[in-house]
Ligand binder design. Structure first.
Ligand code: PLP
Length: 398
């Protein structure tokens, strides 16, 4: 048996590898610098072009690009008309923003439990959490795998709920042959550097609905419009004239970020193909490895994974998750945990959310760990990660 680096052995690799990172090349840099030399550095032609291309890619009628994925969720909640007294159902195994967006609007996030095999929100649990205050569902395609969309759509139709899909992880994933972005009432994306494509920061919302689109446009630019057909007040006095017709925010994205995103969008299919290749290799390596449980895929989802999660079967190992994590770090494979159940955070605890609310989520949280996954990984990097996982499992096998 190989001696673990944490116990003084040789680490699997010399250079540290992280769970995710961007891939920026010379042509991306060129696209940004060209835009910086142009007339527009905030909202200009690149933003409009990116919106057009993203709508085409996802098959949605409209796309709105904005400053980040959190702003996208906030605007989606505004457009959905969510306000005080409303409830919004989401998953606890997500980034806090998926729940915080309801709070921004004065509504209450309600947490439904997850499916213990797919780790996605469980439609059965959604049904149990619906009250006459429920207004919307924020469904997160966790790790990139599509949620059980057909079941969730049925619930939304039955109870007249708006479906917001948090697709921060699932750009390039399809559900029953349709790209994520064209399925829910509104779909939000994030372009943070660890996500599938990046603008440094950035976000977007796609929708097929004309009315929601109008509200999304207003929500991210102060509620101000130059569109005469939307104006209601004073007569149109000249070309300088505009009106504020609702309360909005400044969630603009810059034109040079949009230029970077356009350049990245061209590479999305090749990024997705590489992610799928790595996932396939990991699945092969871990499917029969005692001590490791891999995530189950539903057949409807053709998944471009953002995260690869191994779940430790702690009954079969002599270590804790913390020891496993530290042993991987010592091998120079830096993992991450996605996610701490949102309602465990002090801010949520102080609002009265109690531990034990979602038993599956809490149980799964104890054993999950995200290992490196990003398109720029070489085959050697991938084999190093597999080697490290097998080495640590071997040393801690019961
Ligand atoms: C990254 C992420 C967000 C927030 O996106 P930002 O662009 O960082 O604001 C929201 N939801 C999920 C699930 C995410 O992973």
């Amino acid at each position: 048996m190989e001696k673990l680096a944490i116990n003084g052995g040789e680490p699997v690799r010399k250079e540290k590898i992280f769970y995710g990172r961007q891939w920026i090349e010379e042509d991306d840099v060129q696209a940004v610098s060209d835009t910086l030399r142009s007339n527009y550095i905030t909202c200009g032609p690149k933003v409009s072009e990116f919106e057009k291309r993203l709508a085409e890619y996802t098959g949605a009628k409209y796309a709105v690009a904005l400053s980040n994925g959190t702003a996208a969720l906030h605007c989606a909640c505004i457009a959905a008309g969510i306000g005080p007294g409303d409830e919004v159902i989401t998953t606890p195994i997500t980034f806090a923003a998926s729940a915080n967006c309801a709070l921004y609007c004065g509504a209450r996030p309600v947490f439904a439990d997850i499916n213990p095999e797919t780790y996605n929100i469980d439609p059965k649990s959604i049904r149990e959490k619906i009250t006459d205050k429920t207004k919307a569902i924020v469904a997160v395609d966790f790790t990139g795998q599509a949620v059980e969309y057909d079941e969730i759509r049925k619930i939304c139709d039955e109870f007249n709920l708006i479906l917001i899909e948090d697709a921060a992880h699932s750009l390039a994933t399809s559900y029953n042959g349709k790209k994520i972005g064209s399925l829910a009432d509104m779909t939000t994306f994030s372009f943070h550097p660890v996500k599938t494509i990046t603008g440094g920061e950035g976000g977007a919302i796609t929708t097929n609905d004309d009315e929601l689109y109008k509200r999304l446009v207003l929500a991210h630019i102060h509620g101000i419009t130059h569109d005469e057909s939307l104006m209601e007040g004073a007569p149109h006095e000249g070309i300088w004239y505009y009106e504020q017709i609702s309360l909005g925010f400044n969630y603009r994205i810059t034109d040079f970020q949009a230029a970077l995103l356009l350049s990245q969008l061209k590479k999305l299919d090749s990024f997705a193909a590489r992610r799928k290749e790595i996932v396939k290799r990991y699945n092969e390596a871990f499917k029969d490895l005692e001590g490791i449980i891999i995530q189950k895929e539903i057949p409807q989802s053709d998944t471009c994974r953002h995260l690869y999660i191994i779940r430790l079967d702690l009954d079969k190992l002599t270590c804790t998750r913390r020891q496993f994590f530290d042993a991987m770090s010592a091998e120079n494979v830096q993992c991450q945990i996605h996610y701490i159940p949102v309602y465990w955070f002090p801010f949520y605890q102080h609002m009265g959310y109690e531990k034990g609310l979602c038993p599956n989520a809490e149980e799964i949280y104890k054993g999950i760990m995200s290992i490196p996954l990003y398109p720029r990984m070489t085959d050697e990097d991938v084999e190093d990660v597999i080697h490290a996982v097998k080495k640590v499992v071997e040393n801690y096998k019961r």
